[in-house]
Design a protein around this ligand. Structure first.
Ligand code: GLP
Length: 242
């Protein structure tokens, strides 16, 4: 496991972009696992900058997003489809056919989830997976629980995640209560994992992850500590209690 502690959010974002850029240069048809939330926005901005200024080429890249709210239209301002389009895809030269985001309105959720995992496998698996972390240690929408699911699945969001994500909605009642998410097994199959955390509100989360020396389904991010190629990129605020 590698840990980088960067001075601030800008440096954190540049570090993550550096790692992704170097992987893209090694493999032009990289399969990139993408995350939403506020943390990776700076990384996306940095990659967009490199695309515009240095011609960083996304034309052969395939992407798989981790999750989507259930029952939300794709053009809803709070859908992860909308988020990805606005914060990343509309500003790079990615082929629309190579973008994969879980469908928040599947006809048959069980079949859809299975097909999503199969599609990842058929692409040869995810080469580099970007991850944020919820304050309660959730990864994608794998919430702390007695058990965690391996594959992509539908899940209930915890009260704390609904509360944390309500900052993006008009009211807490508007936050969807369910989501479709890649499972810990799908995520752990990625060849390389980049876990990002920024800001004081993640300091205790990072302390629990890195100092407790415990792996538990009640702290889903802790399972990542078992992965052979995980890099954790923090800013000083998130690393404050570590
Ligand atoms: C959401 C997403 C996660 C993300 C988390 C943290 O719940 N499903 O993938 O890691 O929020 O978000 P933020 O980066 O805004 O703290």
């Amino acid at each position: 496991m590698k840990i980088f502690i960067e001075k601030n959010y800008t440096d954190l974002s540049k570090r993550v972009a550096d790692i992704i850029e170097s992987e893209m240069k090694e493999k032009s048809n990289l399969v990139l696992g993408l995350a939403t939330g506020s943390t990776p926005i700076g990384t996306y901005e940095e990659l967009i900058k490199r695309h515009k200024e240095e011609g960083l080429d996304f034309s052969k890249i395939t992407t798989f997003n981790l999750d989507e709210y259930l029952g939300i239209p794709h053009d809803h301002v709070n859908s992860y489809h909308y988020f990805m389009e606005e914060n990343f895809f509309k500003s790079i030269n990615i082929d629309n056919d190579k973008i994969n985001i879980p469908n928040g309105n599947p006809e048959n959720a069980e079949e859809y989830c299975k097909a999503y995992d199969e599609k990842i496998e058929n692409q040869g698996g995810i080469d580099v997976q970007i991850l944020g972390i919820g304050e309660n240690g959730h990864i994608a929408f794998n919430e702390p629980d007695d058990k965690l699911y391996l594959g992509t699945h539908v899940t209930d969001l915890t009260e704390s995640t609904i509360k944390a994500n309500s900052r993006f909605f008009d009211s807490i009642d508007d936050v969807p209560k369910k989501a479709i998410t890649m499972g810990l097994g799908s995520i752990m199959k990625s060849k390389k994992i980049l876990l990002l955390a920024s800001g004081k509100n993640k300091a205790n989360t990072i302390k629990k992850l890195l100092k407790d020396g415990v792996v538990s389904t009640h702290n889903p991010a802790s399972l990542l500590l078992l992965h052979p190629d995980v890099t954790i990129i923090l800013d000083e605020e998130a690393a404050e209690e570590y």
